[in-house]
Design a protein around this ligand. Structure first.
Ligand code: GLC
Length: 724
């Protein structure tokens, strides 16, 4: 045994206690704040830093490695080109991952990210974006998963499981109600507790329950007027209190606003301290301890939480080292398989898809499809070697690129189609594109929408030029197939005029091959929309947006002027499909929607109470002539309509042609329940419930009913004692 913690059979908590007892105060404070390990200007890299989002020194005498922290959910980034020439595999966007409705895929792709992080020497991955998509125009929606808390929480949790299986701590972020990017550092997301518990917090609760992430990162925003990184309700009451969360809370980069207040509210680490107004979690915090404002025990608790999370995933016992082997070919296939499962077929007039192979001539148009596939901007942007990099935006004082990852759909279409000729047109000159399309058997036009951290999409439409290009092509050609590469829901004003539409989101390092596989039938599309597509912005609970010209989204900027309050109580927990149901609106495309090259039927839906849970089963049949995957969606609503239908279970089921299978699912009790703030408990009201199997949120194929007794769970709050 070499180090104090290396005794057999010790729990992670015990190992943490043993190491904590050996640490000096300076060694503790060295972990409570740290700079970005990406030099801004001519600052040097911290000694020992690989070059990434953050670095905290190790303690060699105790056998504790340095903490090397990298972004993010979609792969290993190299922001600011901090590791020139570094390669990495880019996963598709989280929206695409959620479109698979496949937790196993989340775990598999998470494992790939964990493997690459470990092989590059990183032991903390700033992943696990788990914000419910409240704002369809949100700049980082491509990093989040869904408008539904169950789908979000389950998929984020399984992604974290995959990452942490590789001895790498994962975060979940950005806790909580971090719904938009414009003005992110000065926006207060205002939402009552019950609505928050049933939506945004439920997604994080499920993700944390499922994945056991070692750390949680609050967002830049305020929640009900308090900065998330010093919000005692979020951090102490909910996360560390009700949920008994044992890991550590790290601020976002440049999102810390105090020393004592933040420490006492539950913040454990000030991240990206060089972006803040000052380093709060060193001298000012030491002074607060010396003055008895912050107890020494709080400092020890901060460090203990970090240590136990590192021990819990084996990051100390199995220290990550740079220079490990990475099988990029195998990893690229992982990304491609995810894209193949997450591409959503939105329209297929007269089954024009899959296209027949061996055409005389095909024309591919637009979105740099001859060079790659689009990725989202900001700290999550993975830049594989060979990426096309165009000017993006500057946030956090670092200029970031608009990246096209090197998986050119044009090359994949040439390989997959067997066509005699496949030409490319940039789409810049619409008239010449229309001219060149004339004698093509089919026209495949790529339409992009670039979204980025620190800036929301302005409106829901694609830019005019692309809309005009698609309209002009559709007006002159019968077989126009649109492939979308967007960072979220967009309006599709030409939907009636084109033959087919694929939503490929940001499809990652194997995206071109996945798109070609779907277009020519090697892949039967099975993705389902994880977000509703609005008909127009007036359908939204918050139709208007903050003007980016009138506010700032940069961290660490002194907050001049007012905090901007957004009242999310308008929709409350009825986000997305629930909002459309409550307001009786029909979106352009509903949550859970997606077509297949085969057909499915369902029958024999039944529900029964199994112990404390509710089990639902049904038979699903592939009634078509080719294998395919159906996504079973189970929605629940009280017979008295106390709330609109909520997704309470889902499963992706692969079926051979003609195959039938009985599918059994357990419903999530916290979706069926409502939060009672007075008692601090979840309550399932007694009475009759309608349970439905949905083709999507707006079409229920089968329903059944079940009577449930009242059920209360979760820790009961002590009744407020009125002071004598
Ligand atoms: C960014 C992001 C956060 C990221 C961190 C480090 O501003 O908000 O998601 O992990 O800073 O790059």
């Amino acid at each position: 045994m070499k180090y104090c913690w290396q005794q057999p059979g010790l729990s992670a908590d015990r190992q943490a206690e043993i190491v904590l007892a050996e640490m000096t105060e300076d060694e503790k404070y060295a972990w409570l704040s740290g700079p970005m390990a990406i030099p801004l200007g001519d600052e040097p890299l911290p000694e020992g830093a690989i070059g990434s989002a953050a670095f905290y020194p190790g303690i060699p005498r105790l056998g504790i490695p340095a903490m090397q922290q990298s972004d993010a959910s979609l792969g290993i980034t190299a922001l600011g080109n901090v590791r020139p020439g570094d390669n990495a595999t880019a996963l598709p966007s989280s929206l695409l991952l959620a479109s698979t409705f496949n937790p196993d895929m989340a775990e598999r792709s998470g494992k790939m990210v964990g493997r690459e992080a470990f092989a590059k020497g990183f032991n903390v991955q700033l992943a696990g974006g788990a914000n419910v998509i409240r704002e369809p125009r949100g700049g980082r929606n491509f990093e989040y998963l869904s408008e539904d808390p169950l789908l979000t929480g389950v998929m984020a949790g399984h992604s974290v499981l995959g990452i942490q299986s590789q001895h790498v701590v994962s975060t979940v972020k950005h806790f909580a109600v971090n719904a938009q990017e414009t003005g992110r550092v000065v926006v207060s997301s205002d939402l009552d507790e019950a609505a928050m518990r049933e939506s945004d917090l439920l997604a994080f609760e499920i993700a944390i329950d499922t994945g056991k992430p070692g750390a949680v990162m609050p967002g830049y925003n305020l929640v009900n007027g308090e900065w998330a990184s010093e919000n005692a309700f979020l951090l102490n009451k909910v996360l560390k209190g009700d949920w008994r969360y044992p890991g550590w809370v790290m601020s976002d980069w440049g999102a810390t606003h105090s020393a004592a207040k933040a420490a006492l509210a539950g913040l454990d680490v000030q991240s990206g301290a060089n972006l803040d107004q000052q380093v709060w979690f060193d001298r000012p915090l030491r002074e607060a301890v010396a003055a008895g404002i912050v107890p020494q025990g709080r400092i020890d608790d901060m460090v203990r939480r970090i240590l136990r999370s590192l021990f819990a995933v084996g990051a100390i016992e199995h220290p990550a080292q740079p220079g490990g082997d990475i099988d990029y070919m195998a990893h690229r296939l992982v990304a491609q398989r995810e894209a193949e499962q997450g591409i959503v077929l939105l329209k297929n007039r007269h089954s024009v898809l899959p296209l027949k192979k061996g055409a005389k001539r095909l024309l591919v148009v637009g979105a740099h499809a001859d060079q790659g596939v689009l990725a989202g901007g900001g700290s999550s942007a993975v830049t594989p070697v060979g990426s096309l990099r165009l000017p993006g935006i500057d946030f956090m004082g670092i200029a970031t690129d608009k990246v096209y990852q090197p998986s050119p759909p044009l090359h994949a279409i040439r390989a997959e189609s067997g066509a005699a000729s496949v030409d490319f047109h940039s789409g810049e000159d619409i008239a010449s594109a229309v001219e060149q399309a004339r004698d093509a058997d089919a026209v495949i036009v790529f339409a992009e929408e670039w979204r980025s951290e620190a800036l929301d999409a302005q409106g829901l439409a694609l830019d005019d030029k692309q809309n005009q290009l698609i309209a002009a092509l559709a007006a002159s050609h019968q077989q126009v197939i649109v492939v979308l590469e967007t960072g979220g829901a967009v309006t599709l004003q030409w939907l009636d005029d084109v033959a087919a539409v694929l939503q490929a989101w940001y499809p990652g390092s194997g995206g071109g091959e996945a798109i070609a596989g779907v277009l020519f039938g090697r892949v039967n599309p099975s993705g389902r929309l994880p977000v509703s597509f609005p008909l127009h912005e007036q359908q939204l609970p918050q139709p208007s947006q903050i003007d980016p010209q009138t506010t700032t989204s940069l961290p660490g900027v002194p907050v001049k002027g007012d905090i901007l309050h957004i009242d999310y109580n308008v929709e409350g927990s009825d986000v997305g499909y629930r909002w459309y149901a409550r307001t009786r609106q029909k979106p352009l495309l509903p949550f859970g929607y997606g077509l297949s090259y085969t057909t499915f039927s369902s029958s024999h839906l039944s529900a029964s109470r199994q112990g404390a849970g509710i089990e639902v089963s049904l038979d699903v049949t592939n009634t078509g002539d080719r294998p395919g995957a159906e996504v079973v969606q189970i929605y629940i609503q009280p017979a008295n309509k106390a709330y609109v239908p909520r997704l309470a279970a889902f499963a992706r089921v692969e079926l051979a042609a003609g195959e039938s299978r009985q599918v059994t699912l357990m419903l999530e009790p916290k979706v069926i329940a409502c939060w009672h703030s007075e008692s601090g408990q979840w309550v399932i009201a007694g009475g009759e419930y309608e349970i439905a199997a949905g083709r999507h949120a707006a079409e229920f194929m089968l329903t059944c009913t079940l009577v449930l007794p009242e059920q209360r769970f979760g820790r009961q709050r002590q009744p407020k004692t009125t002071s004598a």
